[in-house]
Design a protein around this ligand. Structure first.
Ligand code: HGY
Ligand code: MN
Ligand code: MN
Length: 420
C-alpha cells in the first residue's frame, strides 16, 4: 500500500467529477433543471455511451452483459484476484435530479481517473459499473440490471416486463442494441461500493458529511386493478353505482392510514390511472401502484397483508372486481460489516463527519449485497429532496463522498508496493 494511499493524502479530483456531472446532466436535461432519462430510452443510451467513451479514454476494458449493464474494468496486478466493483446507475425518474445515480457512476469513473493520474496499481482489478433500469420508472422492476446480475431477478421476468409506455424490456434492449455478451455470472468479486445521495433529510439536519449505510429498508410494490361499471353520470342513481374511482380513492386513504399505524412505516399510492376518463361516464376502471416500506421484514410483511386485505374489503363494499399483485419484493438489507467498517475508518481518516444510517430508498447495492460483500456511502442532498429537479448536493460533499469511495475501494483492492 503506498504512503499516499495509506496516509489518506491521495484525493480524487472533485472539479473533474463535478464537470462530468454537469456534462452528463445535459443529456435528458429538463427546463426545470433536472433530468429526464428513463431506462432504455435514447437519452439513457446516450448517457451510457458517454460513460463508455470516458471509460475507454481511461484505458478501461469496457463491456456489457445481456441486461445492458456496463462494466469498465481497470486491470489489477493480479487478474485472478476477485475484483472490486464500484458504481451506480444513469437512468432517472421522469422528473428526476442530476445526482441520483450519476453521482455514484461518475464517482466510480473518477476513482479510475485518479488511480491512472497517480499511476497507482491496485492488486485486484477495479470495475466501474453502470446498472440498467435502477429506477423502475418506465419498466416496473427497479434495479432490473443489478437484480439479474445478482441472481435475484429472473432473466425472463426482466426481459418480458412491459414499459408503462408499451414496449417490452427485451424489445427496447434490441432496438438500442444495448445488450452485450460479457457473462459475469461465475465471476467472483471482493466487494461492491456505491456512492449515492441520501435522498432524505438526516445528514443535512445532523450536519454530517458522510452517511455510512449499514442497512436498507425493505419495500413492496403492489399493483391494484379495480373494475366497476361504466354508466351515465347524468342518469345513474348514486346508490346503484359501481364507481372504480371512488374505490380507488378509499384505497389511497387506507394505504396512508395503515402506514401511519406503524412507527417507521411508509405507504404511498404513487400512480393512479382511471378510465375512460370522460366527464359524463362513471369510471369503470382504476389502476393503482402502491409502494410500502419498512426496515423490519416482519412489520413489512404484516403491513403488506393488512393493505391487501383492506383493498379486498373496500372493493367488496363498492361492488368492484379487484386484482391485487405484489409484483415487487425487495427485502430489508444488512450490509457487509467489513465493508461498512472500511467506510467508517476511511471517513474518520479523511476527517469527514460521519454517521451510520439506514437507507430509506432502494438501491442496486441491495441486490449486490446478496452476491458479494457490499456497502454504500451517502452524502447529503439539500432539504433532503430527491426524485425532483430541485435535487442538489454541495460540491465539497461530492468531493468528500468520492474520496471516501476511492479509499474504500483501495482498501479492498489492495495497492502494489511499486505504485508511485
Ligand atoms: O425505489 C427506490 O427507492 C429507488 O429510488 N428507485
Ligand atoms: Mn438511485
Ligand atoms: Mn432514484
Amino acid at each position: 500500500m503506498t504512503a499516499a494511499a495509506v496516509s489518506g493524502a491521495l484525493r480524487s479530483n472533485g472539479d473533474r467529477l463535478w464537470q462530468s456531472l454537469i456534462e452528463m446532466a445535459e443529456i435528458g436535461a429538463t427546463s426545470e433543471g433536472g433530468s429526464h432519462r428513463l431506462a432504455l430510452t435514447n437519452e439513457d443510451n446516450a448517457a451510457l455511451e458517454l460513460f463508455e467513451r470516458w471509460a475507454r479514454a481511461e484505458r478501461c476494458h469496457v463491456s456489457r452483459d445481456r441486461l445492458g449493464n456496463c462494466f469498465a474494468e481497470r486491470p489489477g496486478l493480479d487478474p485472478a484476484r476477485p475484483a472490486v466493483l464500484v458504481g451506480s446507475h444513469l437512468d432517472t425518474q421522469p422528473g428526476g435530479g442530476r445526482f441520483d445515480g450519476p453521482l455514484g457512476t461518475l464517482a466510480a469513473l473518477e476513482v479510475v481517473r485518479t488511480l491512472n493520474e497517480h499511476e497507482i496499481r491496485t492488486i485486484a482489478p477495479v470495475i466501474a459499473v453502470s446498472w440498467t433500469n435502477e429506477e423502475g420508472a418506465r419498466f416496473p422492476l427497479p434495479c432490473t440490471g443489478s437484480g439479474v446480475f445478482a441472481g435475484v431477478v429472473g432473466y425472463e421476468q426482466a426481459m418480458s416486463q412491459r414499459a408503462y409506455d408499451g414496449p417490452t424490456f427485451a424489445a427496447e434492449l434490441e432496438r438500442l442494441g444495448r445488450a452485450g455478451v460479457n457473462d459475469m455470472g461465475e465471476r467472483e468479486f471482493a466487494a461492491y461500493f456505491e456512492l449515492h445521495i441520501e435522498q432524505g433529510p438526516i445528514l443535512e439536519s445532523t450536519g454530517n458529511v458522510i452517511g455510512v449505510v449499514a442497512r436498507g429498508q425493505g419495500l413492496r410494490g403492489i399493483a391494484v386493478k379495480l373494475t366497476g361499471r361504466e354508466a351515465h353520470t347524468g342518469t345513474t342513481p348514486m346508490e346503484s353505482r359501481r364507481d372504480a374511482l371512488v374505490g380507488a380513492a378509499e384505497v389511497v386513504a387506507a394505504v396512508r392510514r395503515l402506514a401511519m399505524t406503524r412507527k417507521g412505516a411508509l405507504g404511498t399510492v404513487s400512480r393512479l390511472e382511471v378510465s375512460p376518463g370522460s366527464r359524463a361516464v362513471i369510471p369503470g376502471r382504476a389502476e393503482l401502484l402502491v409502494d410500502i416500506r419498512h426496515p423490519d421484514l416482519e412489520v413489512l410483511d404484516e403491513l403488506e397483508t393488512e393493505v391487501r386485505h383492506e383493498i379486498e374489503t373496500i372493493a367488496a363494499a363498492a361492488e368492484l372486481e379487484v386484482e391485487i399483485e405484489t409484483f415487487l419484493r425487495i427485502e430489508p438489507v444488512v450490509f457487509n460489516r467489513s465493508c461498512v467498517s472500511v467506510i467508517e475508518d476511511v471517513a474518520r481518516r479523511l476527517g469527514c463527519s460521519a454517521m451510520e444510517v439506514v437507507s430509506g430508498a432502494g438501491h442496486d447495492a441491495f441486490y449486490l449485497a446478496t452476491r458479494m460483500p457490499a456497502a454504500m456511502v451517502f452524502i447529503a442532498c439539500r432539504d433532503g429532496i430527491s426524485h425532483s429537479p430541485l435535487e442538489y448536493s454541495e460540491p465539497e460533499h461530492v468531493r468528500a463522498g468520492c474520496d471516501v469511495l476511492l479509499h474504500a475501494v483501495l482498501e479492498k483492492a489492495g495497492v502494489s508496493e511499486d505504485s508511485r
